[in-house]
Design a protein around this ligand. Structure first.
Ligand code: ADP
Ligand code: MG
Length: 291
């Protein structure tokens, strides 16, 4: 199960991780008041959909303007204007597919002064069967592209579950990111916090892209993507409440009411299969024979 950026940031904030102050808006009329509660001089207006690449995305409808799903504004009224343009419209990004996703929520956030952007993620590494950190100096970018073209710029660090997170993990990440002084200390603490969150909340994936170094020399989580293990959601009623069913495929949603593991795919052949491995093999065979 995935959650929105603003929800992930609230969770980060509750663990003491550094995030900017922001307000979520569901209706255009609320945008001005929400932005007015935040400090300028820059307000960032961010479309909330369960997909990345929003900044470089584009809207299907003309009324949304041509500035993508993350907009930097210089006044409260401009922020409200941009929020109004995006609400209810369809954002297409590299991760949404052609159909795009309708924007039902907007997050307005205080703008940060960015000195550097990094990539940071925690995930379950199936090769080592451990939780791994993935860090890179190439933040704000497409990490798949970095992995392909400049793999040496990515540090992958797995944590032994017997010892758990240790300060040396954080220091290795800090040195990889070429941090200095107080930021190294902050990094060691932040990585420990993220690891703790990841375990306590049964996450599958936690991606901060970008993690930034501000001009003031502090680390901050500027974007946040979180995925949770659906089989463990019953242990976390607080997380279950964050589910936004409008983000899910209506067919999958309907099937889930009957406890069916239905995965919606495109194409014109349906597979009704007993077991995940058999499902994959069946699809491979169908594909092999040209369908
Ligand atoms: P996405 O990954 O979906 O495009 P991000 O949240 O990563 O969305 O935003 C895209 C870019 O916009 C970031 O890499 C950053 O440069 C900029 N940005 C996002 N939030 C802020 C903010 N609060 N202050 C300043 N710049 C921001
Ligand atoms: Mg991002």
């Amino acid at each position: 199960m995935n959650i929105h950026e603003y929800q992930a940031k609230a969770l980060l904030r509750s663990y003491g991780a550094p995030v900017s102050d922001g307000r979520v808006v569901l209706r255009a009329e609320e945008a001005k008041t929400a932005a007015g509660e935040l400090d300028g001089p820059v307000w960032v207006v961010k479309a909330q959909i369960h997909a990345g690449g929003r900044g470089k995305g584009s809207f299907k409808e003309e009324g949304a303007g041509d500035k993508g799903g993350v907009r930097i504004t210089k006044s409260v009224s401009e922020a409200a204007e941009e929020a109004k343009k995006m609400l209810g419209r369809t954002l297409v990004t590299k991760q949404t597919g052609e159909a795009g996703k309708q924007v039902g929520r907007i997050y307005i956030e205080e703008g940060a002064a960015i000195a550097k952007e990094f990539y940071l993620a925690l995930l379950v590494d199936r090769v080592t069967s451990r939780v791994s950190f993935v860090a890179s100096t190439e933040g704000g970018m497409d990490i798949e592209e970095v992995a392909e073209k400049t793999p040496e710029k990515i540090l992958s660090l797995s944590v032994d579950p017997a010892t758990g997170y240790q300060p040396f993990h954080g220091r290795r990440i800090a040195f990889m990111l070429e941090l200095e002084g107080a930021a190294v200390k902050q990094c060691v603490k932040l990585m420990g916090t993220l690891y703790q969150m990841f375990l306590e909340k049964d996450m599958e994936m936690l991606e901060i892209n970008p993690l930034i170094l501000t001009e003031g020399g502090e680390l901050k989580c500027l974007d946040a993507k979180m995925g949770f293990d659906s089989n463990a959601i019953y242990r976390h009623s607080d997380i279950a409440e964050l589910r936004d069913t409008t983000e899910e495929d209506p067919k999958e949603l309907e099937a889930s009411k009957y406890d069916l593991n239905y995965i919606a795919l495109d194409g014109e052949i349906g597979c009704m299969v007993n077991g995940a491995g058999l499902a994959m093999a069946t699809m491979d065979i169908i594909k092999l024979y040209g369908a």
